[in-house]
Ligand binder design. Sequence first.
Ligand SMILES: O=C(O)Cc1cc(O)ccc1O
Ligand SMILES: [Fe+2]
Length: 446
Amino acid sequence: MTEETLLKGGLISDAGGSYSVGFGSHHATEAVDGALPIGRNSPQKPPFGLYAEQLSGTAFTAPLAHNRRSWLYRIRPSVLHIKDLEPAPGIAKELRTAPNPEESGLPAAQLRWSPVDMPSEAHDFVDGLHTITTCGSAAEGTGIASHVFTANQPMTDRIFVNMDGEMLLLPEMGSIRVVTELGVLSASAGEVICVPRNVKFRVEHDGEIRGYILENYGQALTLPERGPIGANSLASPRDFLYPAAAYEDIDSGRTFELVAKWSGKIYRTELDHSPLDVVAWHGNLAPYKYDLRRFNTIGSISFDHPDPSIFTVLTSPSEIPGTANCDFVIFPDRWLVMEETFRPPWYHINVMSEFMGLVYGVYDAKPGGFVPGGMSLHNAGLPHGPDAEAHKAATNHDLSPQKLEGTMAFMFETRLVQQPTAFSGSKLKRDTDYAKCWEGLPRGLR
Ligand SMILES: O=C(O)Cc1cc(O)ccc1O
Ligand SMILES: [Fe+2]
């Protein structure tokens, strides 16, 4: 009988760059020859005395098309890693989870902020988690949080696990190496890494890093339906990369700190071994990476500006058809060729709320003031659109084909109102003149 193709991994210290492809596919990988059981999930004696552990991403009975789970074969089961969790409110002081009772003190207005300053004291990825907005409720499995991460030192003996939601990491400054239980993934600006809920990981890097995070408490991110677009375009399943199994067999002489976020609170425990001990795994629930420049952007080849939903990379559906818990949308390089058209985004008042960031380049609707690392929030019902400068350029442009190049803005769009945190209300530098960007718009009917 022919067996599946096994991706060969190894020790974490040597790992990186070995991936298998296919969004939501059933991947199979082992770091030691023969570690992955064949033909069954839970043999009486798994190879090498490893423990079989199922990691579920959906209810057991979720429809097959949505069902996600993987089988992990590890040195110790997670009951020996996630234990004696003590409250640790001093860790990750700017991290918040929905529902967050804080008052931001901010006006009901279009909001725009400068990038988060790199704190000068030594801090790692966990210390440097800054929450900008939250919505919904992690405990109820709805909504999201938007965060910014900064770090100037890698996590070494610290491991983080988020039991409240999956985390989509968008590096903006520097390169990150995300060492997870299921393997190692690397990314820099223009790429994203998704770490599923309940997967332990640490973030390594050289020098300073900064980036954005979508934390999703709802249904796991998936590819959007394409409707009349057909079988192709947008993000292609084959461009999603899943890591080879990689493990650490560290058992003495070192103390590891496991930091867990569970139901909005931070806990910690100490371990005398590394919990990143998965030697083999198979299944369709695992961390993955995607290069946003692989996105096949489509647009209008006739007239008018289409809805930005055609730029959806991944979506977390809600129970309301077509109304996402969160869409992850990008604005990458693209041609604008529409005839007799105001080409930038139109002015609009939306029922959904829009958190935006800029990984690099210039965003066409806001050529001034919206800088890489910065953020804007156009909450539900708050009108917005191109600033006066963009309006003037777009209404006078000769409408020859125009290429937007070297740009990568993104949006976390959710059906829920996003609540800014106290941090974004008082500690983050806000552009208090933001609304002035529209003041120069000339009035009509003259
Ligand atoms: O507000 C924004 O800049 C994001 C956006 C872009 C677009 O092309 C259409 C609608 C929209 O909300
Ligand atoms: Fe918008």
